[in-house]
Design a protein around this ligand. Sequence first.
Ligand code: AIR
Length: 178
Amino acid sequence: MEKATAGKADGSPLVGIVMGSDTDLPVMSESAKMLDKFGIAYEVEITSAHRSPARTHEYASTAIARGLKVMIVAAGGAAHLAGVVAALTTLPVIAVPMATTVLSGIDALLSSVQMPAGVPVAAMAIDKPGAINAAIYAAEILATSDAAVARRLDEYKEELARSVAEKSARVRLQYGKK
Ligand code: AIR
């Protein structure tokens, strides 16, 4: 896949990856990896809706002025971060519920998805699949006005289909079918 970076001419970030704690980073690095794959510039921020509300307010309310176009927001447990960020910006906010508590992410999923009317949050699946899909979804939003990102998404879909065909060929071989 071609490696040019999608962003403003100065290469400044278009996507903000925000998480409630550094303990979310091992999962959220999957979002970063996918954005790298699509050549999309991003920034990473740790801030907590509960532990650092002032920092969260500052970060979210200045996101548009910094040139961001989409926010990916991850938190576990009582995951209010995506909702708070969405309350403070008109950028599209994509939530990734983290499986950090004994409830395995169901708590974070419900906290993210059950937003009141007027403050939308696009909630992804819990943990790694959600982190990957959040980046793809962010790329899809950017692709509506960026032909290079749209082309990389097309290539990614083709790559996905090829990988299924290859898996099928391997399994058919294993079970004696040609
Ligand atoms: N969290 C941090 N502030 C508010 C919330 N909901 C979340 C983090 C992390 C979990 O609490 O997003 O998933 C546990 O954080 P820690 O720092 O205790 O490991």
